[in-house]
Design a protein around this ligand. Sequence first.
Ligand code: ADP
Length: 354
Amino acid sequence: MVRIKTKEAASAWIGLLATVIVAGVLFSLQAKGVQIRWIAAAGVLLGTFTIVTFVALFIIRKYVSYKLKPIYSIVLSRDVHTKEIFSELKDKKVEDIGEELTAWADTNDKEIARLKEAEQFRKQYLGNVAHELKTPIFNVQGYISTLLDGGLEDELINRKYLERAEKSIDRLINIVNDLDTISKLESSMNKLDMEKFDVVALAKEIADQAEMEADKKGIKISVKGAENLPSPFWALADKHYIGQVFVNLIINSIRYGKEGGQTRIRFRDMLDKILVEVEDNGLGIGKEDLPRVFERFYRTDKGRSREQGGTGLGLAIVKHIIEAHGERITVRSEPGVGSTFSFTLKKVNLQDIK
Ligand code: ADP
């Protein structure tokens, strides 16, 4: 099998084929008794070869450039390694190359859009972090300057300003701790320390720790195991991180709960999963805010969140933790009625517990 590699060779082959056909016709005419002068015949054959070869070359060039132009424009409009692409496309049909390159360009466009989005997110995140840190830092600076400018000797303000500075520093520590948790979660997604533990007992322990905070608003916290299941209720998860999920959700239910309200933690059996619900009858969240509450630094009421010591990162951390476990968290809420945060955990059957 002859491999034709260039346009010129292809044209020459077409010219040769045409010449052979014409020679065949001349032979058959001679066989039928037509007188053929061989000098003229040679001229006809040479002419046929030359004309057909050049016409074929012209047509092939037109066709190839027609097909390749859009391909070039796609490739050259991108900063890609054309060498690699062409070596991959070497043995493909011209017709398929166009289609494949368009698909490739589409994939690239999507990837570029994703990277641009990530870059935008990174910039916004950095801006948010700077903004969140700025307020408490400037507050501390203000209080210290006032104290140094004579406030220290003023019995009326010296203690008050120091206490306020301390509050701002506590706020800074909370933000930095939350940022640290997020970056740890992002860098070690797969390094969860999975263990079997009684998730109802863990929730009770955290609820007890939050009792003092809840009492300030007269909020009652109740933890109930699944009705049809014997307590303890075992989960397979990272106990430390799930503890943090309970802390953040319970603290939020108090922070955004109403005076004399209720926080209920319930567990439902879902075959191989446990569904955990943290429900309150507090402020609730508006429909337009609901899809965004898990975003970093998103708050429905900035003033209230900050005043209550919120960093705006609590739910982002919760979502990170649950998703790192390969599970899901959702929220249902109605303003003035309350909110329910629900997440799943892997269940461990009692017979599997040694
Ligand atoms: P924050 O530190 O501000 O509490 P979170 O990430 O924990 O940050 O929560 C984000 C926002 O979601 C809060 O500022 C608040 O507006 C809203 N939110 C969270 N939990 C509740 C809840 N249980 N009830 C009403 N709103 C809530």
